[in-house]
Design a protein around this ligand. Structure first.
Ligand code: GLA
Length: 358
């Protein structure tokens, strides 16, 4: 993070505008928490925080274009998880992590819908952290800071995927994240006239009331038996005694392999094979990790039968949220596209979070 001196310099310089995008994880779901691999893109929908520090203030006050009540966070706020309105919890948790010397005021604007699995909370955390003076040049430290804020605000033991994806995004590329070494490698994506990435909203969800933590406990049981899943093979997984724990582990080990496969297929422009891998990921999330819902499974089946759709799967943590579809351009968004779902959002691989020049 920035040193105290750096933070003071930034405070003196006046208004800061920080932008952090949401993410679409192309593959590698529920692999980050056991130090596996993921392949996200940062998307062209983002949270922007415009913030002006004020040396005479002892609270951070943000208004939002998508929330009715402002977040007013005293610098000495106690437990972020008890604040109202709910979105203030994320702001408070970031304030606590960054530790600015003064308060200030600002606005949040967002083109990122909340609650559909596009990581709007991570984008809010990253944009707030940068606006409050966190160091933009250390992506891993920034991601860890925002992950700690997420844990304090929400109380769910999530991994680093969402924050790293928002921070490390590169236009025109996916990013192959290694959640053990915390290194990342750009993977060139096919051109817009070859592949379209479409998000189809499915069902409302709340991570707090999901099986996220229970599933992670299952993975830890598997690791107690066979060692790190990151280093395990499917043959190792077959030796796990409890059939339920075995299925959870099979998802993760298979998914880590699919991440490398999909990165290779996309870089090679082999889109039919890419679609097949995405569909395999959905089956694994549905049957082995059991984090899908029937309504999402039906939506994926419908999408997979639609001409021009290469493959679809549940996106993000699951238990609702949205579906990711890899498609030929226009298959779901063109004027003549069949009406298979309500609104659909095409997204593009975009640059990661940044402090903007004002
Ligand atoms: C949520 C979590 C991430 C990751 C995904 C599932 O988005 O915040 O850390 O575990 O679910 O891949």
């Amino acid at each position: 993070m920035g040193t105290g001196a750096e933070q003071d310099d930034r405070s003196r310089s006046g208004t800061v505008v920080a932008r952090a995008p949401g993410r679409v994880n192309l593959i590698g779901e529920h692999t980050d928490t056991t130090f596996g691999r993921c392949l996200p893109i940062a998307i062209d929908r983002a949270v922007v925080v415009t913030y002006t520090p004020d040396e005479s203030s002892v609270e951070v006050v943000l208004t939002s274009d998508t929330e009715t009540s402002p977040a007013a966070v005293p610098l000495a706020a106690a437990d972020p998880a008890s604040l109202q309105p709910e979105w203030a919890r994320y702001v408070a948790a970031v304030v606590r992590q960054v530790g600015p010397r003064h308060g200030g005021a600002g606005q949040v604007t967002s083109t990122l819908p909340a609650g559909v699995g596009l990581s709007s909370s991570a984008a809010l955390e990253v944009a707030c952290a940068l606006a409050l003076g966190a160091d933009p040049d250390d992506p891993v430290a920034l991601a860890r800071l925002c992950q700690a804020a997420e844990h304090a605000a929400r109380g769910v033991p999530t991994g680093l995927l969402d924050q790293l994806a928002s921070i490390t995004g590169i236009a025109g590329h996916a990013v192959l994240l290694d959640c053990r070494s915390l290194s990342f490698r750009p993977v060139p994506m096919p051109a817009d006239d070859e592949l379209e990435i479409v998000v189809v909203p499915g069902a409302a969800r709340s991570l707090e009331h999901s099986g996220y933590a229970d599933r992670l406990a299952d993975l830890h049981r598997a690791e107690a038996e066979i060692g790190p899943l990151r280093d395990s093979s499917l043959a190792d997984v077959d030796g796990i005694g409890d059939p339920l724990v075995r299925r959870r582990a099979r998802h993760v080990v298979g998914e880590n392999a699919r991440v490398l496969d999909l990165a290779d297929r996309l870089a090679a422009g082999d889109l039919e094979a890419a679609g097949t891998i995405v569909r395999a990921s959905h089956r694994s999330l549905r049957d082995d990790y059991e984090c899908s819902l029937p309504v999402i499974d039906d939506l994926c089946a419908l999408l997979d039968r639609t001409p021009g759709v290469l493959g679809s799967r549940i996106l993000g943590a699951g238990w609702g949220g949205a579906v990711l579809a890899l498609t030929r351009p226009g298959a779901l968004t063109g004027e003549r596209a069949p009406h298979v779902a309500g609104v659909v959002w095409p997204v593009r691989p975009s640059a990661g979070a940044a402090v903007l020049d004002v």
